[in-house]
Design a protein around this ligand. Structure first.
Ligand SMILES: NC(=O)c1ccc[n+]([C@@H]2O[C@H](COP(=O)([O-])OP(=O)(O)OC[C@H]3O[C@@H](n4cnc5c(N)ncnc54)[C@H](OP(=O)(O)O)[C@@H]3O)[C@@H](O)[C@H]2O)c1
Length: 150
């Protein structure tokens, strides 16, 4: 499968490492595809560093691993992604009255909002409920772990 990972921070790099060697063609969508850390990650994971819109256009599945406050502009800039599967790993978290909370409140969700930005794509919310280190490797638990999807 052709997979684009948009954002190459903790989550994006963990997913790239998790997908390495599994037969997928991986594009790393980065604002600066020539940045040393992006090039190093691409080399480590046999991926191709690309601009985000180019990576998304070339992919069947697009994985969103962006900070929520940058997400709307960055996601809309990917194009309509018509018919493509979009895996949203983001959490709309921020400080509210001094505590970490959902910046979108409790009557909608980050996944629904992303689907609203991309009405012609198939948005799947998953992976966001675990830490990045578990996204990279989860075969070492005594029991098979659960992953929720919406
Ligand atoms: N870390 C976790 O364990 C974890 C777990 C579950 C869910 N999440 C969620 O996953 C998302 C990513 O978290 P993270 O920890 O991976 O964040 P991070 O380490 O800060 O990485 C964010 C990435 O997004 C890129 N980015 C920022 N603005 C962009 C833009 N406008 N266009 C393209 N790329 C842009 C950054 O690129 P630059 O290097 O160019 O700034 C960076 O590669 C967040 O929504 C977070 O809530 C995180």
């Amino acid at each position: 499968m052709r997979v684009a990972i948009i954002g190459t921070g903790k989550v994006g790099s963990a997913i790239a490492r998790g997908l390495r060697g599994r037969g997928h063609a991986i594009g790393l969508g980065a604002r600066d595809p020539q940045a040393a850390e992006v090039v190093a990650l691409a080399s480590e994971t046999d991926a191709m560093p690309m601009l985000p819109a180019d990576a998304a256009e070339a992919a069947d599945v697009i994985i969103l691993a962006l900070p929520w406050d940058a997400a709307e502009g960055a996601v809309r800039a990917l194009g309509s992604l018509t018919g493509k599967t979009v895996i949203d790993c983001m959490n709309p978290l921020g400080m509210i009255d001094g505590a970490l909370g959902l910046t979108v409140g409790h009557k909608t969700s980050g996944g629904e909002i992303v689907q609203g930005w991309l009405p012609q794509a198939h948005v799947v919310k998953t992976l966001n409920q675990v830490g990045a280190e578990i996204m990279a490797r989860n075969d070492h638990f005594p029991l098979r772990p659960v992953m929720f999807m919406a």
